[in-house]
Design a binder for this molecule. Structure first.
Ligand code: ZN
Length: 136
């Protein structure tokens, strides 16, 4: 990313698994006052994005019970699903994770809901938190 100023690692979004977008979106948008941001669906989830300063909250509703969010809710119930950190250089960050011996879910970056390249680290490598890394 030669034209992007280096900003350091920061929270890009927090993904929250919900049973129903319809029932929870009004809380975040209307009661908490977070503007809605259009996002693509991804990984078998319908996604509602809400701006919280420079970060987003992503409400993730399973499109089917077999999707990752569907399985997560069946196993653990609704709640925080993952945290996404934007890094200055995703390829470099993944190389550092590999060198540190961390288990990766995505060996290579792929395109996420915001149209940016992303990659997930396995929660067993990160203290039980599913961590997503993304391009700036
Ligand atoms: Zn995410």
């Amino acid at each position: 990313m030669p034209d992007t100023p280096r900003r350091g690692t920061r929270i890009a979004h927090i993904g929250i698994a919900v049973e129903s977008l319809r029932s929870l979106l009004p809380l975040y948008r209307d009661v908490l006052g977070m503007p809605e941001v259009p996002l693509d669906d991804a990984d078998g989830a319908r996604i509602a994005g809400l701006a919280a300063g420079e970060s987003l909250v992503e409400l993730l509703e399973a499109a089917s019970p077999e999707s990752p969010i569907g399985k997560f809710i069946a196993r653990r119930g609704p709640g925080i699903h993952h945290v996404c950190f934007a890094v200055d250089d995703l390829d470099d960050a993944l190389d550092r994770c590999r060198t540190a011996g961390l288990r990766l879910i995505d060996e290579k970056p792929r395109i996420g809901a915001e149209g940016k390249r992303i990659a997930f680290l396995h929660p067993s490598a990160t203290g039980g938190v599913l961590v997503e890394l993304s391009d700036p």
